[in-house]
Design a protein around this ligand. Structure first.
Ligand code: MG
Length: 168
């Protein structure tokens, strides 16, 4: 059984993960509007990952005999200046999510709630990957900044990205 405080915070996290998906769909749309289908695909897959994150928290709540409470989603932003701007905003957003996961972990530690700590451990590792994948893309984009050919190649490469939830 989860404490009311922890349950509330996990419910908030479900909202944040779904808002992340929403934000990444806005990024997908930006790239589609720029005729960059590979970059659009990157964020389509990213949005799928975020829904998977939300589902993981959702499943955990019911495993722990809690109830999920949904609230309305906000769109964090939908104005982007350039390709690299999108990835910089995505990185900032992932840093926010990381700080949220750490807050949840701190509560679970204070409450000695070991099941929640174990579940959160997966997210701690996942956030390292999420931030790194955005950082990688920023480096790559800065490298090809003034090369339309480089951008085209990168777009082609990203078209192949697919969502594969890892086996647990
Ligand atoms: Mg996430």
């Amino acid at each position: 059984m989860l404490s009311e405080k922890l349950l509330n915070e996990i419910n908030k996290q479900i909202k944040y993960e779904l808002e992340s998906a929403h934000y990444y769909v806005a990024m997908e749309a930006y790239f589609d509007s720029q005729d960059l289908p590979g970059f659009a695909n990157f964020f389509k897959v990213q949005a799928e990952e975020e829904r998977f994150h939300a589902q993981k928290f959702y499943d955990f709540v019911y495993e722990m005999d809690g109830d999920v409470e949904l609230t309305g989603l906000e769109l964090v932003g939908k104005e982007f200046d350039s390709c690299v701007d999108v990835f910089k905003k995505a990185l900032e957003h992932e840093k926010f999510v990381t700080s949220r996961i750490y807050e949840l972990m701190e509560i679970a530690e204070d409450e000695k709630e070991y099941a929640t700590q174990s579940m959160l451990k997966w997210f701690v590792d996942e956030q390292v990957e999420e931030e790194n994948s955005m950082k990688d893309m920023i480096v790559k984009l800065e490298r090809v900044e003034k090369s339309p050919n480089g951008l085209y190649m990168l777009d082609k490469e990203l078209a192949g990205r697919t969502f594969t939830p890892e086996a647990e």
